[in-house]
Design a protein around this ligand. Structure first.
Ligand SMILES: [Zn+2]
Length: 198
């Protein structure tokens, strides 16, 4: 399906946001029949942790990471994962999997009574570290992406990996400012896991 942007040509093709840099990953599958894609799951990642700007994240998601290049990578050996999007520290946007397909980002997870969040969610990785803060350019890019996704999919919830896999995952972590994202999107607080009272 091709959805027109308000001011121009098509914004999407087959679940690919055309303005994002496409780096197709082999790590995806079909979504279950009848899946409603209404959840955004926000993550953070850096490889090796805390080092920004390299191409290791892309390599991991495309199964091209050299496991021997860094001691940390040894623990990831053989891992097959992906995310739909990655937002780099400067706000640059990359896409690895069509949003119409199921990417492998959330693992064992549940949100609002539904298990296996990969089935009905879109995964967005922010280049970063769980206990560090994120760049203004990343909030801008994420808010813009949220708006674009909501024009194309019935997005109703935004949660962190830490919310859909509590106790097992901790990203994006306390350094992520949910209120800043809420303000930037203009969406109601109820839509965000991170702005809910605990
Ligand atoms: Zn994560």
């Amino acid at each position: 399906m091709i959805a027109p942007e308000p001011g121009g040509g098509p914004a999407w093709r087959d679940g690919w946001l055309l303005r994002a840099r496409a780096l197709p990953s082999p790590n995806f599958g079909p979504r279950p029949a009848g899946a409603t894609i209404d959840l955004l799951v926000v993550h953070s990642i850096s490889l090796p942790p805390g080092r920004y700007g390299g191409s290791e994240i892309e390599q991991l998601f495309c199964n091209r990471l050299d496991w021997d290049a860094h001691p940390y990578f040894d623990g990831l050996r053989g891992l097959e994962v992906s995310s739909h999007f990655l937002i780099r520290r400067d706000g640059a946007l990359l896409q690895f999997v069509s949003c119409d397909r199921r990417a492998w980002h959330a693992g064992r997870s549940s949100w609002r009574g539904r298990e296996n969040c990969n089935d009905n969610s879109i995964g967005i990785e922010l280049e970063g570290l769980e206990y560090e803060t994120f760049e203004p350019a990343q909030y801008e890019a994420l808010a813009r992406l949220c708006q674009e996704l909501a024009r194309h999919y019935p997005i109703a919830h935004v949660a962190g990996h830490e919310h859909v896999a509590p106790g097992r995952k901790f990203d994006p972590g306390p350094g992520f400012d949910w209120e800043a994202l809420r303000r930037a999107t203009g969406w109601p607080a109820e839509r965000f896991a991170g702005t809910q009272p605990v």
